[in-house]
Design a protein around this ligand. Structure first.
Ligand code: ZN
Length: 111
């Protein structure tokens, strides 16, 4: 007896142990190590593809997390999100400034 909906619909209602046996089989399928190895490998591959997308979007961590959490849907979201632009830096001192600033808040140089 397989662990699926057809097994549930074919369950013998007169046998009280049948439901418990089916539940035990489904629980055994969930604890099968090959299922978990497959799931972990799939998650790592999805994160790696997401990180590859993020490399071109300048957001590796963001897109790797999206890929790991959502799989191919996360890849599509990564592709649709705008590229991450790094904060502008002062040409004089090299420190990070806000995008609309006219003068550097660290050294006072005109931006
Ligand atoms: Zn500066």
């Amino acid at each position: 007896m397989a662990c699926d909906l057809s097994a549930l619909s074919n369950l013998d209602p007169t046998d009280p142990e049948a439901a418990q046996r089916l539940l035990d089989q489904c629980t055994a399928a969930l604890t099968d190590p090959s299922l978990w190895i497959w799931a972990i490998v799939f998650t790592v591959v999805c994160a790696a593809v997401g990180a590859l997308i993020g490399k071109y979007k300048n957001a590796v961590a963001r897109d790797a997390l999206l890929g790991a959490a959502l799989g191919p849907i996360g890849w599509i979201i990564s592709l649709l999100l705008p590229a991450h632009k790094p904060a502008p830096k002062c040409a004089a001192c090299g420190k990070t400034v806000d995008a609309g600033d006219k003068h550097c808040r660290h050294c006072g140089a005109r931006l």
